[in-house]
Design a protein around this ligand. Structure first.
Ligand code: ADE
Length: 227
């Protein structure tokens, strides 16, 4: 998979893809990630990429031209163009799965007060990572890349992500424990030491269900259905 990220702040990504699983995926050519500062594409003599909004109002709005030109240069036949904005549809694991099968993604990071609406005409998908407003799309882009790249076949053990929260039955993950058996007086549940795999499976399912009912009852209503 190829991922091109359009941003005015490429330095924000320093380090983000240079550790752990994403670094391994890059090193083994499972993914190629490139950053593009779209300020380099502006035709404005002063290097401007934004302007005041028509109709008045606070802040600046990202202009069409630099982003159109940058996308046009990078886009191929099988490219999916994504725009990160708090006004997008809510990003979910199901979308991460779908995107992990794409050949080429272009991710546009919005910034400042907003962007010229005509930019949406070259975008396939507008995504929000949650109901809060960040200063720009850079951190959401890191969230997207991390959650998509780990799902590319061969990047991590497939069993690991099949058991993720939000996959099987839309339940949150069950509690996990490792050695030692007792830590500061807190014990590992006996069932996990029993060696009885059927019982362990049942216990984990019940714990997942209990946790989901307490913390995310919306998932049980199927609001975030994978279908
Ligand atoms: N830009 C600012 N806030 C955002 C959000 N919640 N999701 C995606 N892009 C954003």
């Amino acid at each position: 998979m190829k991922i091109d990220i359009l941003t005015l702040f490429p330095n924000m990504f320093n380090g983000a893809f240079e550790e752990s699983i994403i670094k391994r995926a890059i090193d083994s050519s499972k993914v190629e990630i490139k950053l593009h500062n779209f300020r380099e594409y502006t035709k404005d003599p002063h290097g401007k990429v934004d302007d005041t909004p028509y109709g008045g109002g606070p802040g600046m709005v990202l202009s069409c031209q630099p982003i159109f030109d940058c996308v046009e240069k990078l886009k191929g036949e099988k490219t999916k163009v994504i725009l990160l904005t708090p006004s997008g549809i809510k990003y979910q694991q199901k979308i991460a799965y779908d995107l992990s099968h794409e050949e080429h993604l272009i991710i546009i990071c919005g910034h400042y007060e907003g962007f010229d609406e005509r930019i949406c005409s070259i975008v396939d998908l507008e995504l929000s990572i949650g109901d809060y407003v960040l200063t720009g799309g850079e951190i959401p882009a890191m969230v997207l890349v991390d959650s998509i790249v780990r799902l590319i076949p061969g990047v991590i053990n497939e069993r690991s992500h099949l058991e993720d929260s939000f996959n099987s039955n839309y339940l949150l993950d069950y509690p996990n424990y490792t050695k030692p058996r007792v830590f500061k007086g807190m014990e590992v549940p006996d069932v996990l030491l029993s060696g009885d795999h059927e019982k362990i499976k049942e216990w984990r399912y019940n714990e997942s269900l209990k946790r989901t009912k307490e913390r995310r009852p919306d998932l049980l209503k199927g609001d975030d259905s994978l279908e």
